[in-house]
Design a protein around this ligand. Structure first.
Ligand code: G3H
Ligand code: 13P
Ligand code: ZN
Length: 342
């Protein structure tokens, strides 16, 4: 099956009250793990690549990995998404490479670090929406800044200042109307990576009520949760057991994500859990079989461990069982769809 616009998957998820995990890909084993999990659970998939992933793989390798996945798994509707595009140029080059969805993260300046202004965010996101929709490509925008409230968004902010970077529901309504994005990433206190919360999060640091308020205002808006790895304690334990150094840390509980899905969350970004699973499996081989030096001997268990995480999330988010129920539309059909809406 050709790669499909991400909007199809989000619309189907909204109509059927489930969420779709978006897994990051950097190499062959990761895409194989995702596709094997999708086949096993009959799930549609969103595969995404960060700027770092595109640099690491070189676009050509990445593009061919995606095309191989689509060729080998004709039953699975699959969207290929640019994660955290830092500028229109990044999004446009992704579209040239065949991505069927892009994120213009205008909540940050082009350096990908410092918070931008609202005006900049609206302007750059709208420019990407106009160009992407003309090609049928889906666009995700972001409002508010990701990052932990506990650590001041990792940007030297106080917890109070960090709270100001959460998505404002009124501004969300204005942003969606002005830009025409297909999906909105919201800031609710999550952050990327393994170190999200110092204890199991409560509502003051993982502010799920932001999602509930936005859903009330914008019932048709597809929301995206970033930084949504659950950081399972058992995966941390495997890494520690085989010599790794993981401090005490907590992620986003799956039941909180399920609460978000009930209130309009349709895309859930998960990368760290897969990294933890692969690292634990590789460490185990290195520690228990020190004479092993064939990469296939440690990459196979790593791939299996990632597949298990992907299967778990596909079932937990409710996307399992839906792959063969989705009516596919082409990018061309989406060009017409967007043109009609204007
Ligand atoms: O955006 C966060 C994802 O985990 C991707 O991370 O930029 O290290 O590839 P990365
Ligand atoms: P995690 O680090 O929680 O897996 O988040 C990934 C993400 O948001 C990618 O955009
Ligand atoms: Zn993210």
């Amino acid at each position: 099956m050709p790669l499909v616009p991400m909007r199809i998957l989000l619309d189907h998820a909204a109509e059927n009250n489930y969420g779709v995990a978006a897994f990051n890909v950097n190499n062959m084993e990761q895409i194989q793990a995702i596709m094997a999990a999708a086949e096993k659970t009959n799930s549609p998939v969103i595969v995404q690549a960060s700027r770092g992933a595109r640099e690491y793989t070189n676009d050509a390798y990445l593009r061919h990995l995606m095309l191989a996945a689509a060729e080998l798994h004709p039953r699975i509707p699959m969207a290929m998404h640019q994660d955290h595009g830092n500028s229109p140029a990044t999004c446009f080059s992704a579209i040239e490479q065949g991505f069927t969805s892009v994120m213009m993260d205008g909540s940050l300046s082009e350096d990908g670090k410092s918070p931008s202004t609202y005006e900049y965010n609206v302007k750059t996101t709208k420019a990407v929406v106009d160009a992407a929709h003309a090609k049928g490509v889906t666009v995700e925008g972001e409002l508010g800044c990701l990052g932990g409230i506990e650590d001041g968004h990792g940007a030297g902010l106080s917890s109070e200042e960090a709270l100001c970077h959460l998505t404002d529901p009124d501004q969300a309504a204005d942003f969606v109307a002005k830009t025409g994005v297909d999906a909105l990433a919201v800031a609710i206190g999550t952050s990327h990576g393994a170190y999200k919360f110092t204890k199991k999060p409560t509502g003051d640091v993982l502010v799920m009520t932001v999602i509930e308020k936005i859903h009330k205002k914008l019932p048709n808006c597809h929301m995206v949760m970033h930084g949504s790895s659950s950081v399972p304690q058992e995966l941390l334990e495997i890494i520690r057991q085989y010599g790794g150094d993981m401090k005490e840390t907590y992620g986003v509980p799956v039941e909180e994500i399920q609460r978000g899905i009930k209130h309009g969350v349709r895309k859930i970004n998960v990368d760290t859990d897969n990294r933890l699973a692969m690292t634990g499996a590789i460490r185990k081989v290195f520690a228990t079989k020190p004479s092993e030096f064939d990469p296939r001997k440690y990459l196979t268990p790593a791939r299996d461990a990632m597949q298990k995480v992907c299967e778990d999330r596909m079932v937990q988010f409710g996307q399992a069982g839906h792959a063969d129920k989705i009516k596919i539309k082409t990018l061309r059909e989406f060009v017409d769809f967007y043109a009609k809406g204007k």
